[in-house]
Design a protein around this ligand. Structure first.
Ligand SMILES: [Zn+2]
Ligand SMILES: [Zn+2]
Length: 418
């Protein structure tokens, strides 16, 4: 056996791996105030233990005084490290979290008619308690979708969200452990992988990819139309699926977007048409603008009508946090040339009609109240080849009677309500 199989500081190194696993346990309980606080305290204690264990072994570690003093000096001027390492026996209490943490609750009864309400509750309240409070009012029927967003902040570190803060401390401790291994001339370490499998002995100097879960706000959604009671609800914490990230990369590189969102729409649909001819289908993409510059893009994932609604609210959240003042939404749609009603007088959606047609469609909007709709119909030959029709562009200032912009409503409303 070589030195590769052994660790010079196994006690401290194992504690660091404990912290990695504890971080995930904390992230997983983000929506449950009591368990979140409990896991946060274990993690804070775990992180302090890493340095205690290291100090215990100082007589066996070459040049310990030198590099450990360096770490301590740096830690003193770093608010993150002061928060974690120096606050020896501090336990994060409910009252420490109550002050700056937030819970936002948005309830949409009917998306089409935009019956939306926003509630505030104290952050210590469980999601179940929040729902019970809303629906104890007989005026609030159990229908539509409720979205609960949470953000945890400790009073002692007022400008950082906790997942992000603890991740930062973990990275600093990893770097310290790396220094300790190097000092002991043991670059690689023989400790084995644990549960979850991302908990390896690797000592990274950057935040680990597995620790990146939308650290600003986390949301859970509750679909009230699914006919489930409040007690048996399972929550969905929203994350961007891997495959949509990959698609975003690919198409983000193919389609060059620059300029005023209203003006560049026609150019984008031209490029999207080429991609469609090549690939036979096109994924939906949303670009976020600040002025003439694209600052972000995303591939929205739609499952059904409520899913669509939730996604577009997520888009509005992103517009708000990016301070974006323009968006372009590119999508493949079904359309019909006329209006047909069913026997009850309800309009039959194009997607449910046999004579439905396909088109590429762009909706562009800015916070200044400018709108554009660009539309390229297409058909498929018997052999599956795509034939593009003529593009129709339209700009407008008033969309109040124009139903096609309904899907961008959450974004437009966010701009209007500031
Ligand atoms: Zn080790
Ligand atoms: Zn991990």
């Amino acid at each position: 056996m070589t030195a590769k199989d052994s660790c010079p500081i196994p006690a401290a190194h194992k504690r660091l791996m404990d912290c990695h696993a504890m971080w995930h346990a904390m992230a997983d309980s983000y929506m449950q105030p009591e368990s979140f606080r409990m896991h946060l305290n274990s993690l804070m204690q775990g992180m302090r233990n890493v340095t205690f264990m290291l100090q215990k072994q100082k007589s066996t570690l070459p040049m310990f005084e030198e590099w450990y003093t360096e770490f301590q000096t740096a830690a003193k001027s770093n608010p993150l490290m002061r928060w974690s390492v120096n606050s020896r026996n501090r336990i994060v209490k409910e009252s420490d979290l109550e002050l700056l943490s937030k819970v936002k609750v948005r309830w949409v009864g009917d998306w089409e008619r935009r019956q939306e309400r926003v509630f505030s509750f104290p952050p210590r309240m469980s999601s179940k308690g929040i729902l019970a409070a809303i629906f104890s009012d007989p005026g609030n029927p159990q229908m539509g979708v409720v979205t609960i967003s949470r953000q945890w902040i400790d009073k002692a570190l007022p400008d950082r969200e906790i997942l992000k803060a603890t991740r930062g401390v973990f990275v600093n401790l990893s770097a310290l452990m790396h220094t300790a291994h190097t000092a002991a001339s043991s670059e690689a370490c023989g400790l084995s992988i644990r549960e979850p499998v991302c908990v390896t002995p690797d000592l990274a100097a950057e935040p680990l990819a597995c620790m990146d879960i939308n650290p600003g706000w986390l949301q859970e959604h509750l679909d009230l139309d699914a006919g489930r009671g409040i007690d048996e609800v399972t929550y969905l914490v929203e994350r961007t699926p891997e495959n949509s990230k990959r698609a975003e990369k690919r198409y983000g590189a193919t389609i060059k977007v620059k300029g005023d969102p209203i003006e560049v729409s026609a150019k984008i649909i031209e490029q999207a048409g080429k991609a469609l001819v090549r690939d036979k289908k096109h994924i939906p993409i949303i670009w976020f603008f600040r002025g003439d510059v694209v600052i972000d893009s995303m591939v929205p994932v739609f499952f059904d009508q409520n899913g669509k609604y939730l996604t577009m609210h997520r888009v509005a959240d992103r517009v708000e946090s990016l301070k974006a003042d323009g968006v372009i939404f590119l999508n493949e749609i079904w359309y019909a040339q006329d209006v047909k009603e069913d026997k009850d007088g309800k309009v039959i959606p194009a997607r449910d009609r046999r004579d439905r047609k396909e088109a590429l469609h762009i909706l562009a909007a800015t916070s200044r109240g400018e709108y554009a709709s660009v539309f390229t119909p297409f058909s498929r030959t018997l052999f599956g080849k795509i034939v593009l029709g003529e593009t129709i562009s339209e700009t407008m200032a008033d969309i109040s009677i124009d139903g096609q912009f309904n899907i961008l409503r959450p974004v437009i409303d966010r701009w209007r309500n500031g």
